[in-house]
Design a protein around this ligand. Sequence first.
Ligand SMILES: Nc1ncnc2c1ncn2[C@@H]1O[C@H](COP(=O)(O)OP(=O)(O)OP(=O)(O)O)[C@@H](O)[C@H]1O
Ligand SMILES: [Mg+2]
Length: 258
Amino acid sequence: MTLEIRNLTVSFDSRRVVDIDSLELGDAEIVALAGESGSGKSMTALAVVGLASTKGATVAGSIKLDGTELIGMPQSELRAIRGGRISMIFQSPVSSFDPVFRIGTIFRGALQLHGASRAEARDRAAEAMRGVMLAPELLDRYPHQLSGGQAQRVAIALAIALRCEVLLADEPTSALDVTVQGEILELLRRLREQERMAILFISHDLAVVAELCDRVAVMRMGRIVEVGPAAEVLRAPSDPYTRELIASVPKLTSAAAG
Ligand SMILES: Nc1ncnc2c1ncn2[C@@H]1O[C@H](COP(=O)(O)OP(=O)(O)OP(=O)(O)O)[C@@H](O)[C@H]1O
Ligand SMILES: [Mg+2]
């Protein structure tokens, strides 16, 4: 699997909020998209799953999955890829699920849409829940009856059940306490190792990025100002903005000094 982004722009009317020359994601690779609030991280991910237009944005450029162009692809075909091959964990996990359906119904609907039979869908949903250390009984709940951490894990379980190749994780841990945050990070690591899933990990938390990611792309005002191996970029940032970002994380600066 290769995901290749080239000359991607996302605009609201004449305001350009994403302008990326080039970004790639390979098999089993975890790439961070870091940068301050409003720098265009979420809009980039939404463009990849074909949902930026639902927010009223205009998308141009090229996003290729194994050579197949996703931009301009009919929604019916995109729907098959979204969920089938690319899955997204949204920034606000609870509100990313349709509130009127139970979690199990959402799960089974997604699996059946991608070819599973009713019985298969039921089994795979339960198995995926166990895989993220959640009781399958939670499938009977409505989205608002889950905690933030449970909702994030349900979203990951759904990506596992759908056997996705690419996971776009938009701040999957920022709303969680440190313990739950650690569990989710561990889960993402396992997904990469066991399923060889590629992960675009969106975060403004550079300490987490340093711990989890192979490469990091730093965004500022819609552009990627620096990209490279996470360890290198964080140890010796070449861009002044990256330096500023790193300086704002005490844990990282003390690690670099010591
Ligand atoms: N529906 C919208 N209408 C108009 N502008 C929008 C809309 N959604 C986002 N934007 C603008 O697009 C830019 C990028 O937003 P985006 O959500 O991608 O930022 P982000 O990097 O994910 O920030 P955060 O870290 O706060 O989640 C921002 O300037 C934002 O104001
Ligand atoms: Mg965001």
